[in-house]
Design a protein around this ligand. Sequence first.
Ligand SMILES: *Cc1c(COP(=O)(O)O)cnc(C)c1O
Length: 400
Amino acid sequence: MIARLRPVIGMGEWLALLGPAPVDSVQRYERGFAELMEQGHAVAFPYGRTGLAFLLEALGIRGMEVICPAYTCVVVAHAIVQSGNEPVFVDCSEGDYNMDLNLAEGAIGDRTGAVVATSIFGYPVDLDRLDDVTRRHPKIPVIQDCAHSFAATWKGRPVQRAGQASIFGSNISKLITSIFGGMVTTDDEVIANRLRALRAERCLRPSLFKGMRRRVYLAAANVALSPVLYGMTHALERRGVLGGLVDYYDEGSIEMPSDFLDGTTPIEGRIGCAQVAAYPRIVAHRRKTADFYRERLAGIDGLVPPPVIEGATYSHCVFRVGSEKREALLAFARARGVQLGTVIDYCVPSMRAYRERLGARFEYTRAEQFASEVVNLPLWVDEGNAVRVAAAVRAFFTKQ
Ligand SMILES: *Cc1c(COP(=O)(O)O)cnc(C)c1O
């Protein structure tokens, strides 16, 4: 069975998992990451959300409103709350799943501390439009959430460089992985130094045991999510035996994971270095696979293809299907040995925890719609398996 995601790890990563990890691996990873992103500084954190919470603190933002997309990973909102601020959610634009920047600008007020702009699914934020906003509101810092995009570009401009700082997540579901972990990049030395100071003060030294667990986790995930074994893994997952392998949110609570301050381990730094080196190859493969799906699944009634936007990096290859048909499509593909995903299947302000916290302030028509309609196809697959995936999806529509 083909899993909806799988961390792409090569020989370098396997050798790293089996060998010792030098003590300076995390610093090396930071240097390699900063270079890849063409930024002056990169500071590693246990999670992307930890980095975002510390970044807001480093920017001196507290007791303020932070504007962010309604249609994003819920951990972004959790991190905003964790930092002592309140999220203000903004609905999507029609074209690309990203936050509507006109609405975002309209949401700016006296209490606005920052804007988190996200390149969701790897679609670059419209930097021309964002420039207009920052020109009119020069005092409000922009944080780029690049967890889905890494080095995506808007008309040739790298998104991660267009703001005060950028955050990244690198768990096994992201474009590149450091097993768990997150990164903040910036060209501003003052911000970088504050981040390092906060990290030194608050984060704990990782235990040797954490490093061991991380090694086992990555090796196990790569093997368990391989086509040969995934049928079995999936059966166990469905019976709840492996609950929580990759799902990580709870409708009703706003909290950080218990280990969100446990420092990054050398092995994670070592894996991160190998993945930074592999990044160009990984992104090229994802683009090629997304183009292949788009081509193979063109012209199907009831299936909305992913938009074509230059510079996109495709953390996910997202189609849309009528919400009443989505479960049937998933089951149909599953019966043909293909697991499809439904990332992101929620609108953050509509989740119970945020509804209760904030009440209904704006409408989120598009975010709600996308949440109920998105279907993402596995991008890590080789050509043969991409053919199988596309055939399974096409067959669902032609049989009806
Ligand atoms: C994954 C992700 C993050 C960071 O996630 P962590 O699990 O905290 O590393 C941030 N933003 C988006 C959009 C994400 O998908």
